[in-house]
Design a protein around this ligand. Structure first.
Ligand code: COA
Length: 387
């Protein structure tokens, strides 16, 4: 296996981008990533694109052919990857495997979703298809309600409180306020979260990630060639993926995600690091309870102590471990297919020392955690500054 580095990343601003089409978004992010890598389209050998629901949300299938066309990359192989909200993370891992195996040298990985052109109800229905359509969505269980069930059970088993969940939103909005790409660049208080409209009890609007348009792109090359393109290559030292039962009722426990636990264990072994070595992590906080479960399942604290760790401020910027410095899905926004690649961009900026007001001091090891649906897919990547 060859070692793999990220040499360029690019994002669009996340938000309600009514003046940008799906193809505008991914092309913009792609142009930024190529410029960041000092490359042109002619240097690229293959493209992997993650999108979850372009067919449902904008009526467009065959999206990687469209991306290759609009980015001027024809006739390279262009492959779509779909794994619900983990589509971007799985696309990244697929690109990583293509470079590591020696099949391709210069790979562009993109993630994109255009979600705000249809009503919230249509989005909820499209996203709900990432759970068990027959046994969950058809019965009325959309994603907020599935995560509400997990939250209730976590509260019952571990004494987690609504205030502790709300602290995740307060922290992530604080970080998003320092990120020019974020959908919500404003700080909020605990009271804002606690008094916001109930979506599916105990989850309120400010416990939920929003509906977002956006795109993210990363360029991968073999590490041995990386310095041709950048002075600060960031190595992907581990990339692991696992799956789990699709529906909540089939799982042994709904207060942990086994796919996260398994992918994390493999990633730590591959990278030869432990949870305590991670300086900065982008975790999948599609709902505030999801961040609490993620920091537990990734081993940053003991099971059941995610709420306490968050309320004590240990996951804040430059605290014990800086979690979701981009603002996470909650503050930065969650264009579902793009999120996994955006997480990579944030960690690359952190490890290069380019994160501005939200820079984690001396960050050397970063982790990304991208979940599909209610946890049936999980990808964990670990990145380090290359020496
Ligand atoms: C929470 C949710 C239901 C709110 O949707 P909604 O009630 O239709 O909200 P609207 O679009 O009408 O927005 C109303 C206001 O709330 C704000 N808002 C909407 N969602 C928000 C969120 N998650 N966080 C903070 N503010 C939010 C909007 O910006 C808008 O503010 P404005 O009036 O100042 O412009 C929707 O964001 C949602 O479904 N989120 C979950 C998405 C999801 O399931 N993703 C996949 C996870 S696995």
């Amino acid at each position: 296996m060859r070692r793999v580095a990220v040499v360029g990343v690019g994002l669009t601003k996340f938000g309600e981008n009514w003046d940008h089409s799906f193809r505008d978004l991914i092309t913009d992010a792609g142009i930024h990533a190529l410029a960041d890598a000092n490359m042109s389209g002619a240097d690229i050998d293959a493209l992997y694109g993650g999108t979850m629901a372009a067919g449902r949300l904008i009526g467009q299938e065959h999206i990687t052919a469209l991306i290759a066309d609009f980015m001027g990359l024809n006739p390279i192989p262009a492959t779509r990857v779909e794994a619900a909200c983990a589509s971007g993370g799985v696309a990244l891992r697929t690109g990583y495997m293509a470079v590591a195996s020696g099949i391709h040298d210069h790979v562009v990985v993109g993630g994109v979703e255009k979600m705000t052109d249809v009503s919230s109800g249509e989005v909820a229905s499209a996203l709900g298809g990432a759970g068990d359509q027959e046994w969950e969505l058809f019965m009325g269980a959309t994603f907020p309600s599935l995560y509400a069930l997990m939250a209730r059970r976590h509260m019952h088993e571990y004494g987690t409180t609504e205030e502790q969940m709300a602290q995740v939103a307060v922290k992530n909005h604080y970080n998003a306020a320092r990120n020019k790409y974020a959908q919500y660049q404003k700080e909020i208080t605990l009271e804002t979260v606690m008094k916001s409209k109930v979506i599916s009890s105990p989850l309120k609007v400010f416990d939920c990630s929003p509906i977002t348009d956006g795109a993210a792109v990363a360029i991968l090359v073999p590490l041995e060639q990386a310095r041709k393109y950048t002075d600060t290559p960031i190595e992907i030292v581990a990339s692991a993926q696992a799956s789990d039962k699709l529906s909540l009722h089939s799982r042994e426990s709904i207060t942990r995600l086994d796919a996260t636990i398994i992918a994390a264990k493999k990633a730590y072994a591959q990278a030869k690091v432990e949870p305590k070595d991670i300086d900065v992590a982008e975790v999948h906080d599609c709902f505030t309870i999801a961040e609490l479960m993620a920091i537990e399942d990734l081993g940053f604290c003991r099971k059941g102590e995610g709420g306490k760790m968050t309320a004590q401020g240990e996951t804040a910027l430059n605290a014990k471990i800086s979690v979701n410095t981009s603002g996470g899905l909650k503050g930065c926004g969650h264009p579902v297919g793009a999120t996994g690649v955006k997480q990579i961009a944030e960690i690359v900026w952190q490890l290069r020392g380019q994160a501005g007001d939200r820079q984690v001091k001396g960050a050397e090891v970063g982790l990304t955690h991208n979940v599909g649906g209610s946890g049936a897919t999980c990808v964990v990547n670990i990145l380090k500054r290359a020496n």
